[in-house]
Design a protein around this ligand. Structure first.
Ligand code: G
Ligand code: G
Ligand code: MN
Ligand code: NA
Length: 253
């Protein structure tokens, strides 16, 4: 309850900020974009992890407003980077609760327009659970977003109630292999097989595959040899403040 009250004031008290984790193309070894991740700097508790406060925001509905702030902030940042000569793709996490909002598609398209961001520059990360509550509604909304040029990624792929039916109906372009399968990729044979299967599924459905949580050169090498095109993780960089992200992009090759 106390946390809920503090969360409701976090936005007006300017306690939120975004960090950006580079996404790397494993073939070209270039930074192709960034995932925007929300951080809550609490005056006394310090940095509150999103895994802790996002579920609270989802259950009381405040994620709708917070999510709109995130999208707006990420688009503002993307516009700045574009005007500085680095037009990067920005991936933003979209909660299932946000996707259920009636005005969500218009809200997203308005935000892009306001910041003059081409729709192709935005990627939305949704989880498999987002499809479950109302499949036809989710399909319709994602189709509208996709038609506008926005790309859709399935986040944490393999951890939810994955059904290949969803993949068939959804206008999805990217699968993100959850970091739990990458952690022991080269140690646990089951994880190796699961990662291989997701990479092969991506290839056969013509979806690009992003490995999350890549922490070692060996993991990067394996994934790149196995045909996984994109990766993010501490091996390349942790999520960074905008200034540090810019420095990272300049120095990465
Ligand atoms: O940044 P970190 O890896 O600690 O994020 C933990 C979880 O919080 C991840 O599942 C991530 O998707 C989620 N998360 C981070 N930022 C956002 C956000 O802006 N919106 C939503 N809905 N989830 C987020
Ligand atoms: O669920 P989602 O993929 O949106 O969340 C990404 C989360 O993973 C963020 O909280 C981010 O800080 C974290 N993360 C990013 N790279 C790594 C990594 O290499 N290892 C681990 N353990 N976590 C990571
Ligand atoms: Mn994500
Ligand atoms: Na994930």
């Amino acid at each position: 309850k106390q946390l809920e009250k503090e969360l409701s004031q976090a936005q007006s008290n300017h306690q939120f900020h975004l960090v950006y984790q580079p996404q790397i193309n494993l073939e070209s070894k270039r930074v192709i974009g960034a995932e925007a991740l929300l951080r809550w700097e609490h005056p006394t508790r310090g940095l509150v992890p999103p895994d802790f406060f996002i579920p609270v925001a989802e259950s009381n509905g405040s994620i709708v407003e917070i999510g709109q702030w995130v999208l707006n902030q990420a688009c503002w940042q993307a516009a700045r980077w574009a005007s500085d000569g680095s037009p990067l793709r920005i991936a933003v996490n979209l909660s299932a609760v946000q996707l259920r909002q009636e005005t969500i598609v218009d809200d997203i398209l308005d935000t892009l327009k306001r910041h003059k961001i081409p729709a192709g520059r935005l990627e939305l990360e949704v989880t498999e659970t987002s499809f479950m509550t109302n499949l036809s509604d989710a399909v319709a909304k994602l189709h509208r977003l996709h038609k506008a040029g926005i790309s859709i990624a399935v986040d944490d792929f393999g951890t939810g109630y994955s059904s290949l039916t969803y993949l068939k109906q959804m206008p999805v372009q990217h699968l993100k292999i959850d970091k739990q399968f990458i952690r022991d990729l080269l140690v646990n044979e089951e994880d190796t097989r699961i990662a291989n299967t997701i990479i092969d599924l991506g290839r056969s459905l013509n979806l690009s595959v992003v490995a999350e949580g890549v922490e070692t050169a060996e993991q990067e090498y394996y994934l790149s040899q196995r045909g996984c095109q994109l990766a993010q993780g501490y091996y390349f960089s942790k999520p960074l403040l905008p200034k540090d992200f810019e420095t990272f992009v300049k120095g990465f090759h």
